[in-house]
Ligand binder design. Structure first.
Ligand SMILES: [Zn+2]
Length: 400
């Protein structure tokens, strides 16, 4: 087939223009202004003005610990306010009674794919109790879905590093097995040793040439201190673009001056910030950080697990939540919310060939909306998801 012959007609781009486009070898090979034609090419798909968005980027999820599709697990509250250590203990108890991990992971993956995410970063628990079992299981699941979704895996020390003897060695093993990133968890409040924790994380990153993505729930000046330590190490090691801090709640509860300084340091070091705009927590100010030049991306984080009962695997809905909690009303702000779950996510994950452009991978979602701002506020559910130009999911269900 002529690779320039449009197979997709009347697609609406983010700028509102109507185009026809062609896909060859899995990539956009031509994008041209739509032409009214009484005789469309045989086999062409008329998108009838549907908006075409690049497939969403699920930047932070836990494929190993969700109960999505399994029995409902009522949320257990912490005894005395939010306590990461207590939540980890609840999680261990719940996981012992859960359906097989592969089944739960597949449920969650297909939920995300059905909603239009075709790139994902999943953290996987590594500690002395579970060893490498979660990593091994999800590596197997990733292999089965490799033609459909690109998945990065983070070796995540859910039980700390220094406070869980043997974990550093297991993390190293997990990287050897195929995890692309090393994780971390509240170096101060969980492990009680910021330097010791970060020495292991950045030491392994340097040794194995992998990226870093650290869970940081610590708030206020303590959290800010850790954020600045991470930025300083990233800069010193020349790891800009390969390091992310997930949650970084501290950025949401410090003064404007402190935030401006932190934003400048994060931008200069090339450290990205992941937020899921969670419940009643302070969270990083998305607009101010973007303004400072920081890459802000998003993820569902937990979906129906021991941490909270929420999550629907829909990154367009996540953009809506981020916009809502950020007080985004103007079109440019709503477009920024969409950028967080798409282009900014692609940048944070270092994805090649992302977007709707000639030469980019033809991974896209079609839905009914006049433009991006309307898509963010309306979150239309009827969608078709295309991988390499081929429909793989429709209205939430896998096809083909
Ligand atoms: Zn997480």
């Amino acid at each position: 087939m002529d690779c320039l012959l449009p197979q997709f007609l009347n697609a609406r781009l983010a700028d509102g223009s109507l185009v026809d486009f062609a896909v060859a070898a899995g990539r956009f090979s031509a994008i041209v202004p739509a032409v009214a034609s009484s005789a469309p090419p045989p086999g062409a798909i008329d998108l009838a003005g549907r908006l075409v968005l690049p497939a969403f980027v699920e930047g932070h999820i836990h494929l190993d610990t969700s109960f999505y599709g399994d029995a409902w697990r009522p949320h257990i509250p912490c005894t005395n306010g939010f306590d990461v250590r207590e939540r980890v203990a609840f999680q261990m108890r719940n996981l012992e009674q859960a359906a097989p991990m592969e089944e739960r992971a597949r449920n969650q993956l297909e939920l995300c794919i059905g909603n239009g995410s075709l790139a994902m970063r999943s953290h996987l628990m590594v500690d002395a109790a579970v060893g490498l079992t979660h990593v091994e299981t999800i590596l197997g699941v990733r292999e089965k879905y490799r033609e459909i979704i690109d998945i990065q895996l983070v070796a995540f020390p859910q039980s700390g590093i220094l406070s869980s003897p043997g974990t550093a060695e297991l993390l190293d093993e997990a990287l050897k097995l195929g995890c692309e990133l090393i994780g971390g968890l509240d170096p101060a409040s969980f492990d009680g040793d910021v330097k010791g924790h970060l020495d292991v994380v950045f030491g392994l990153a340097e040794k194995r040439g992998v990226g870093v993505d650290i869970h940081l729930h610590d708030g206020g000046t303590l959290g800010l201190f850790e954020i600045e330590e991470i930025a300083a190490r990233t800069k010193a090691l020349g790891m800009g673009g390969k390091v992310a801090i997930s949650h970084a709640y501290a950025l949401g509860d410090i003064s404007a001056d402190a935030l401006a300084r932190a934003g400048d340091r994060l931008a200069a070091a090339g450290v990205a910030i992941m937020t899921n705009a969670p419940g009643n927590h302070p969270f990083p100010p998305v607009a101010a950080l973007r303004e400072a030049g920081v890459t802000v991306f998003a993820g569902s984080d937990n979906i129906r697990d021991s941490w909270w009962p929420y999550g629907d695997g829909d990154m367009l809905n996540r953009a809506n939540m981020i916009g809502y909690r950020s007080g985004f009303y103007e079109d440019s702000e709503l477009e920024a919310a969409c950028d967080v779950v798409s282009h900014a996510g692609a940048k944070a994950l270092g994805l090649e060939g992302y977007g709707i452009a000639v030469g980019a991978k033809a991974d896209f979602v079609t839905l009914r909306a006049e433009h991006v701002p309307e898509a963010v506020v309306a979150v239309p559910k009827p969608r078709t998801v295309y991988r390499a130009g081929k429909a793989i999911a429709k209205d939430g269900a896998m096809v083909g």
